[in-house]
Design a protein around this ligand. Sequence first.
Ligand SMILES: Nc1ncnc2c1ncn2[C@@H]1O[C@H](COP(=O)(O)OP(=O)(O)OP(=O)(O)O)[C@@H](O)[C@H]1O
Ligand SMILES: [Mg+2]
Length: 291
Amino acid sequence: MSYDEMYSYLEARVDALKTNRTGDERQTVDEVFDKQTLMTLYDMMVGGVIDSVRFPISTGKEGNVFYATDGDGDPVALKIFRTSTATFKHIGKYIEGDPRFKGLTGNRRKMIYAWTNKEFRNLQRYYDAGIPVPEPVSYGKNCLVMEFIGDETGPAPQLKDVILDDPTDTYDEVISFIIDGWQDAHLVHGDMSEYNILMMDGEPILIDCGQAMTADHFNSKELLIRDINNVNRFFRNRGADVINADIIMKEALEGKKDDDEDDDDEDDEYDDDDEYDGEDDVTDDDEVNTV
Ligand SMILES: Nc1ncnc2c1ncn2[C@@H]1O[C@H](COP(=O)(O)OP(=O)(O)OP(=O)(O)O)[C@@H](O)[C@H]1O
Ligand SMILES: [Mg+2]
């Protein structure tokens, strides 16, 4: 199939392309839809992962999140990372010195694909551990498909924009994401804030998990304390009954974990969760996937 044929196929299904019908105008389409990205979306559509891409929910420096529909016409969220230097720089500060990204550093596109993959994996880990995050659906290259958090009226609001009935109650819930995240998912989110928590039916849901690190990463305890301080700061201002950061830290590190398995040996169970396997995915995929 030619590029033009693919483009016409997509034009009918991606709202952002509809107004840009002719040659030159195509260039003016939001640059998140570069040629590679369009091909990825095409693959996802042919593969039945998504059926249409409707309106942007969020447009940021590093990427956009769209309201999209799946094969049944049900809503899903589609996050597209921009393959730009801005994204590259943002990612760089998180993965500098991380051995899992060795060999990929320097290759901008591959790093961004690996990052997308990492967010997918992190979501899967949180989800499997029972922490409320959007259920990951699929990913390919720089595109990530996940459960849509919201309803017919639109996406759920960010925590920062919500008036809380019982701030302490929500606070306790969010602190449990930190503690259970560490203990059960072996992850530290690393960017936990009122921006990356959505409020759905009065309950917090954690999003934006690309930068989350495994608990054994050299920097993980610093990230943990930073997450705790961020959450405490926000909820203190909202009048919640805030717990001392040291106590939370202690509970995360030493708390309830009296059960079972070796903490270092959890990677294998995540080997077969890739529903969407783009043909030229990141080559050293597995190395990165264990995040
Ligand atoms: N699964 C989802 N369901 C509904 N809305 C979502 C979902 N994921 C993200 N969003 C919306 O998109 C916004 C941006 O998402 P996210 O925080 O994951 O991206 P980001 O990398 O922080 O982007 P930016 O740099 O633009 O802030 C969120 O604040 C939220 O409003
Ligand atoms: Mg965010």
